[in-house]
Design a protein around this ligand. Structure first.
Ligand code: PLP
Length: 366
């Protein structure tokens, strides 16, 4: 990287500047409609009294926190509303590193790059544990890597970029390892609404004081620009997280919180089921085209990313640019996600043109 912007922005800029028509599969920005109630909530807020435009409570709107707490069956004190899952994850990592002995962060490889960037920014050492071929993390390998120096274990399920869903057993084991090494297990559950297997399990179920969960409405409600997320913290991290959040952000935007609360109250389950059905169709079409192109790939069990490898075409930045110029499809180079899949490419299925992109890839590699 030439500067400190993630590689992702460089690829987006290259795709935007390309001459031909490019199907953008770089970013994880949903392309479907947010819930109707969310749009209504924003309109409603526009006419709110002037008092509602002032600072909301720093830890989040009380009714929103109560709703989140009820959904996760946790005491409301544990919920802090943040600027997306990103902020919640950063705060959990920063405060976890402060509160727990050791300076090592265990991450899966392939990794969601922001975890690694955050660890680096927080002066922590990263210890990577390679994921299985199916993209899941083996707790036995995590146990081997863990030591008294482990301060954090950070995972994401459903996973970006592998699409793997970690089931109950894996999360139970990761929680146990965090307890044994007095580390904090930060479980990023931002893609919980996109589980196609029924295997998703929240790390909150183990009622451990070594677990923090971070999540948001960015993906579930197709609203990454609204920046409403939350952390569910163990008792010892509530005050440190609240303080850092307050000193950095003061609070999360009031219209966003208002709209999300309305959407949580009024959105039927069908909304999420329809989104999953839409994505399942895209996954099927995309994977069928990858079969036609004789690519190796991981079929996602959750989230909306596909990792693929094409024979003789390693997923380098140079090849990503070639694919943009010559096939009109923009993905991400595998080495953006660690070293385990550096030969692969990641495609985000968040475009209505996913099937067309798949056909372009099949033609290109035919
Ligand atoms: C694994 C993971 N965690 C967190 C985020 C950030 O979510 P938010 O928009 O809620 O900050 C993303 C966004 O792509 C993600 O992929």
């Amino acid at each position: 990287m030439d500067d400190d912007r993630p590689l992702f922005f460089h690829v987006m800029a290259y795709a935007d500047a390309a001459d031909g028509d490019v199907i953008n599969m770089v970013s994880g920005d949903p392309d479907w409609e947010p819930p109707t109630a969310l749009r209504e909530g924003l309109r409603e807020f526009a006419d709110a009294p002037v008092d509602d435009y002032q600072y909301p409570p720093s830890e989040g709107d009380t009714a929103l926190r109560e709703t989140i707490a009820a959904r996760h069956d946790v005491p409301v004190e544990r919920v802090v509303v943040t600027n997306g899952a990103g902020e919640a994850n950063h705060l959990a990592m920063a405060c976890g590193l402060d509160a727990h002995a050791g300076s090592e962060v265990i991450l899966a490889d392939p990794v969601y790059p922001y975890y690694a960037n955050r660890a680096e920014m927080l002066d922590a050492e990263v210890r990577y544990v390679p994921a299985d071929d199916d993209g899941r993390l083996d707790p036995v390998a995590v146990r081997d890597a863990a030591s008294a120096d482990t301060a954090l274990i950070v995972t994401c399920s459903p996973n970006n970029p592998t699409g793997a869903v970690y089931g109950e057993e894996i999360k139970r084991e990761l929680t146990a390892i965090a307890e044994e090494t007095d580390a904090l297990y930060v479980s990023d559950e931002v893609y919980a609404a996109f589980d196609y297997t029924g295997r998703f399990h929240t790390a909150l179920d183990f009622e451990s004081s070594n677990v923090a969960v971070t999540s948001s409405f960015s993906k579930a409600m197709a609203t990454t620009g609204l920046r409403v997320g939350y952390g569910i913290l163990p008792k010892h991290l509530i005050d440190p997280v609240r303080t850092r959040h307050m000193l950095t952000n003061v609070a999360v935007t009031a219209p966003g919180q208002h709209a999300v609360l309305k959407a949580l109250r009024e959105t039927p389950e069908d909304y999420y089921a329809e989104t999953r059905a839409l994505l399942r169709d895209r996954i099927d079409a995309f994977c069928a085209a990858l079969d036609a192109a004789e690519a190796e790939y991981t079929r996602p069990e959750g989230a909306f990313y596909v990792l693929a490898r094409f024979d003789g075409f390693p997923g380098t930045l140079e090849n990503v640019k070639r694919l943009i110029d010559e096939a009109g499809v923009a993905g991400m180079p595998g080495d953006a996600f660690g070293s385990a899949r550096e030969d692969w490419l990641r495609f985000a299925l968040v475009t209505p043109r996913a099937t067309e992109a798949a056909d372009r890839l099949a033609d290109y590699f035919a």
